[in-house]
Design a binder for this molecule. Structure first.
Ligand SMILES: Nc1ncnc2c1ncn2[C@@H]1O[C@H](COP(=O)(O)OP(=O)(O)OP(=O)(O)O)[C@@H](O)[C@H]1O
Ligand SMILES: Nc1ncnc2c1ncn2[C@@H]1O[C@H](COP(=O)(O)OP(=O)(O)OP(=O)(O)O)[C@@H](O)[C@H]1O
Ligand SMILES: [Mg+2]
Ligand SMILES: [Mg+2]
Lengths: 256, 256
């Protein structure tokens, strides 16, 4: 049975999509079978893996069929993109927020679909920057949640209210646990970055804050433009070094 | 009659809130009367002006009353925060997306409320990173939209789909116009930044891209932590210099 991990934070632009791609690629290099699911209507994860045309069959179509009782499964829309297994998103997903709002069991639609996935070690769900039906569906289907954030004032504020929402989600999914906070665009020379890191470690207990931090590195954006992960782009960049070290630390949390 | 400007982009973390505060502060220094409205449930604008306690009366309460036919106006919840006039947000706003979804005329609730504001030169609306009911209400009530973005691959992709949505909004608000794209965290030494800037200027016509770019400057985050604008924090930072130049360029678009 796969371990399902949501990569979520309703604060925008903190590196959710960048982390999903590069952690999945790092795990693949370690021989683990990983699946990426893009539930962001922006479809940034799908685009960052080189898929730019309008997708005919995406996670939207599967969610919609499941919500209205038609026979369907996630594997129906599975694609291989830059060597990674992906359930792609599409712009129709923006309509799903309102469409799903009145469906019976609206928070558990994705959970029904994910429980039938047997062949993966890890499933990562890339969430949009909001706490709507799509993020709720992701959290309800997850064993863990990973929260990327920039070590700055506003993102730190957002995390506390995100965790309050997570407590409410526990009513629908008792098993969800915080896997950890991942600091992105981190510069140890900046006092604010160091202060926020210390604050997180004191407030939430240091084993909930990944020791690996991701430094600012434009190569991460360059790789996304080319539609590939950072290791395929250039193994010698800070981005590749940091995400390789994150992969090690991630696996150590699962005793692999 | 005030000029109403939405600061919007459904891509997250691009500097919407940072721009709203510092442009409003820049205009105030030039003697203009400006109002800020925070329609992001994250309430980052409200927090960045030093308001951290749970707000009793926020934009949520006014939108809710207006939607259900009770007498109300935005001035009822107006506060002065760090010298700026603000209609604050609160976490209840997260529920507004679903609550407003079934209300008659759900896209025009904010527009009804804004048209009675007479005393301001400029009203800025800080939007959340999504294209839900709150952003739609902001765009329907606006004369202009300003789109901050980082000059990178994913944010550029997001802009094209944002503009498609804007075309749909025009059905509800014929007057809305693109005031311009504002490049944030810009570094002219990075090839990708220069390329994206050129692409924008070619694709959308160069008068739609602000000549002023905002450089990466941690002082902008420091100022938010202290709950003040960048000019009050330190006039000699790159952030203050860039936002002062943006203020000049902004005013030149309105022949002031
Ligand atoms: N460590 C980093 N260094 C430099 N750039 C980065 C880094 N991480 C992410 N980026 C860039 O910053 C932007 C935002 O990152 P990303 O899209 O992964 O964030 P997100 O949290 O998924 O955003 P959203 O909230 O919109 O979904 C992208 O253009 C990405 O290429
Ligand atoms: N030019 C800049 N240089 C350095 N840091 C910046 C700059 N602009 C914004 N920031 C910081 O980046 C983070 C994101 O900025 P901000 O919150 O303004 O973006 P946003 O688009 O409003 O985000 P959201 O989509 O979550 O509403 C904040 O921590 C802010 O302090
Ligand atoms: Mg993303
Ligand atoms: Mg914001």
């Amino acid at each position: 049975m796969a371990q399902v991990i949501s990569i979520a934070n309703f604060k925008g632009g903190v590196g959710k999509t960048t982390t999903a791609i590069n952690l999945a690629a790092g795990l693949k290099a370690k021989g683990k079978k990983t699946l990426l699911i893009d539930v962001d209507p922006q479809a940034n994860l799908t685009q960052s893996l080189g898929i730019h045309d309008q997708i005919e069959a995406s996670v939207y179509h599967v969610l919609h069929k499941e919500a209205f009782g038609e026979e369907t499964k996630l594997e129906d829309v599975l694609v291989s993109a830059s060597g990674l297994d992906l359930i792609p998103s599409s712009l129709e997903l923006a309509g799903a927020e309102l469409e799903l709002a009145s469906v019976y069991g609206r928070e558990q639609i994705l959970d029904q679909l994910i429980s039938s996935l047997k062949t993966y070690d890890f499933v990562f769900i890339d969430c949009p920057p909001s706490m709507g039906m799509l993020t709720i569906n992701a959290l309800v289907s997850s064993d863990f949640v990973m929260i990327p954030l920039q070590a700055e004032f506003l993102p730190l504020k957002g995390v506390r209210s995100f965790l309050k929402h997570l407590e409410l989600i526990r009513k629908l999914n008792k098993r969800i646990e915080l896997l950890g906070f991942l600091l992105t665009r981190y510069d140890h020379r900046k006092k604010m970055n160091r202060q926020v890191r210390e604050e997180l470690e004191t407030e939430f207990n240091s084993d909930k804050v990944f020791k690996t931090v991701i430094r600012t590195n434009i190569a991460l954006a360059n790789a996304q433009e080319k539609g590939i992960d950072i290791f395929s782009y250039d193994k010698n960049t800070n981005g590749a070094i940091d995400y390789a070290s994150l992969t090690e630390e991630f696996l150590s949390k699962f005793n692999h």
